[in-house]
Design a protein around this ligand. Structure first.
Ligand code: SAH
Ligand code: SF4
Length: 400
C-alpha cells in the first residue's frame, strides 16, 4: 500500500530540479516570461520586439526548440538556449484507439513517465493532463494510488504536455485542443504551485478559456478554497465516490484528513463564488458503493453543492477483487438521481482498445510485459462532463 496520508504536496526533495539553473520558459506565467525575455534582450541590446517574437514561438503552434525559431538570428537563438530552457517532452509511445482517443506516454528529462490523453468528441478535443508522477493519496480503487508517488511535476512539465500534445494533434488531423481536464495521473491540488502556474500558462498563454479547463480533486479542502480565490472561472470536479463518510474512508484515505462535510462545504462555496456548476465523479464498484439506498444521500450532497453527477463504471485493478457495477445498477442510479432533481450522466469508457485511461501505459512501461494487464484509470471519457452524447448515455452536461 502506498503512503496513504501524505499529500506529497510540498516535498522539496521531489521537485524536478533544473541542473543548469536556466529557467524553463514554459514554466513561467506569461507575464513573467515577458519580463524575463525583456531583461535578457535588453541586456544584449536586442530590439524590444524580440520578446513578442519569442512569446509567439512559445505559445504559437510551431517551434519545438530555440533552433526552430527561424525568424531570429542564429546568435539570438544561441543566446536564448544559454539563458533559458524550453521543456520539450518526447513521446515514449502513442496509442490510438478505434474511437479516436489518443494516449501519449511522455518521458521527462529524468526518465519519469507521465501520460496525457486526447479525447475527440464531435467538435471538441479534450486533453487530459497529469499533474504528478504517481500519487501519494492511495485511493484503494486507483492504479496510480497503488503505485505510489514518484515526484511533483513542474509547471513547465504540465504545460509541456499541452504543448507537445497540441503539436501532435495538429500534425495528425485532430485539430485544435478545445478543452483541458486535470484528470490524469496525480492530485493537482497536492501540487498547487505548479498547478497555479500551469493554469495561468494554459489560459493566458495558450488561450484556453478558463471555463474550458477543469481541475479534478479528491477533496483537498485548502486547495479547493485557494482555487476559488482565483478570478478565473475554472471548472471543478470532485471525485466523491461515496456519499457516506465511513464508506468514503474505505475508498479514499484522505477522507480522514478532510471529512466529507468540510469537502462539500468547500465545493458549495466554490460553486457560489464562481457561479459555475461543479461535477461529482462517482466511480461505481459492484457491491461496494452502488447500493440504491445511497442515492438519497448522494442526491442531498449534490443538491447542497449544486453539482452534476457523473457515474463512471469502475475499471478493475490488480490485487482487488472489485468489479464494475452492473449496467442496470448504474442506470438505476442515474434515473433515481434524476427523479430527485439531480442531473446525472453515465460516462462511457473511451479508448478501451488502447487501455486509454491514465496510469496504464506508464505502469506497462515501468513494469515491462508483466505490467501489461495493469488496468486503466482516469480520463476514461474526457473529463467531468463532459460533453457529447456520443461519450455517454446521459443527455445533458453541466452548465455554469
Ligand atoms: N487525483 C484527482 C485527479 C486524477 S484521478 C482525482 O482523484 O480526482 C481521475 C479520475 O479517475 C478520478 O475521478 C478518479 O476517481 C477516477 N478513477 C481512478 N481509478 C479509477 C478506476 N479504477 N475506475 C474508475 N475510475 C477511476
Ligand atoms: Fe490519487 Fe486521484 Fe488516484 Fe486518488 S484517484 S490515488 S487522488 S490519482
Amino acid at each position: 500500500m502506498p503512503n496513504a496520508t501524505a499529500e506529497g504536496a510540498a516535498d522539496p526533495r521531489r521537485e524536478e530540479r533544473a541542473p543548469t539553473g536556466r529557467p524553463d520558459l514554459l514554466g513561467l506565467a506569461p507575464g513573467e516570461l515577458e519580463t524575463a525575455l525583456a531583461r535578457h534582450f535588453g541586456a544584449l541590446g536586442e530590439p524590444a520586439y524580440r520578446t513578442a517574437q519569442v512569446r509567439r514561438w512559445i505559445y504559437g503552434p510551431e517551434a519545438a526548440s530555440f533552433d526552430r525559431m527561424d525568424n531570429l538570428p542564429a546568435a539570438v537563438r544561441t543566446g536564448l538556449g544559454r539563458a533559458f530552457r524550453l521543456a520539450t517532452l518526447s513521446p515514449r509511445s502513442v496509442s490510438r484507439s478505434r474511437d479516436g482517443t489518443a494516449k501519449h506516454l511522455w518521458a521527462l528529462r529524468d526518465g519519469e513517465l507521465v501520460e496525457s490523453v486526447l479525447i475527440p468528441e464531435g467538435r471538441r478535443l479534450t486533453l487530459c493532463l497529469s499533474s504528478q508522477a504517481g500519487c501519494a493519496l492511495g485511493c484503494t480503487f486507483c492504479a496510480t494510488g497503488w503505485a505510489g508517488f514518484s515526484r511533483q511535476l513542474g509547471p513547465g512539465e504540465i504545460a509541456g504536455q499541452f504543448r507537445a500534445a497540441r503539436a501532435w494533434a495538429l500534425a495528425n488531423g485532430y485539430g485544435r485542443i478545445t478543452h483541458v481536464v486535470y484528470m490524469g495521473m496525480g492530485e493537482p491540488l497536492a501540487n498547487r504551485a505548479a498547478l497555479n502556474t500551469s493554469l495561468t500558462v494554459l489560459n493566458g498563454g495558450f488561450g484556453i478559456g478558463a471555463r474550458r479547463i477543469t481541475v479534478s480533486t479528491v477533496g483537498i479542502v485548502p486547495g479547493i478554497r485557494e482555487l476559488s480565490e482565483r478570478p478565473e472561472q475554472f471548472g471543478l470536479a470532485l471525485s466523491l465516490h461515496a456519499p457516506l463518510p465511513e464508506l468514503r474512508a474505505r475508498l479514499i484515505p484522505l477522507e480522514k484528513r478532510y471529512p466529507l462535510p468540510e469537502v462539500i462545504a468547500a465545493v458549495r462555496d466554490y460553486r457560489a463564488r464562481k457561479r459555475r456548476r461543479v461535477t461529482f465523479e462517482y466511480t461505481m464498484i459492484r457491491g461496494v458503493n452502488d447500493d440504491p439506498s445511497l442515492v438519497p444521500e448522494l442526491a442531498r450532497l449534490a443538491r447542497e453543492a449544486g453539482a452534476f453527477v457523473n457515474l463512471i463504471p469502475f475499471n478493475p485493478i490488480p490485487d482487488r477483487e472489485w468489479v464494475a457495477s452492473r449496467p442496470s445498477t448504474v442506470e438505476r442510479f442515474r434515473t433515481s438521481l434524476r427523479a430527485s432533481g439531480i442531473e446525472a450522466a453515465v460516462r462511457r469508457p473511451r479508448g478501451r482498445d488502447i487501455d486509454a485511461a491514465c496510469g496504464q501505459l506508464r505502469a506497462t512501461a515501468v513494469a515491462g510485459p508483466a505490467g501489461a494487464g495493469t488496468p486503466e484509470r482516469g480520463c476514461r471519457s474526457g473529463g467531468p462532463r463532459l460533453s457529447g452524447s456520443a461519450a455517454r448515455t446521459g443527455p445533458s452536461e453541466p452548465r455554469g
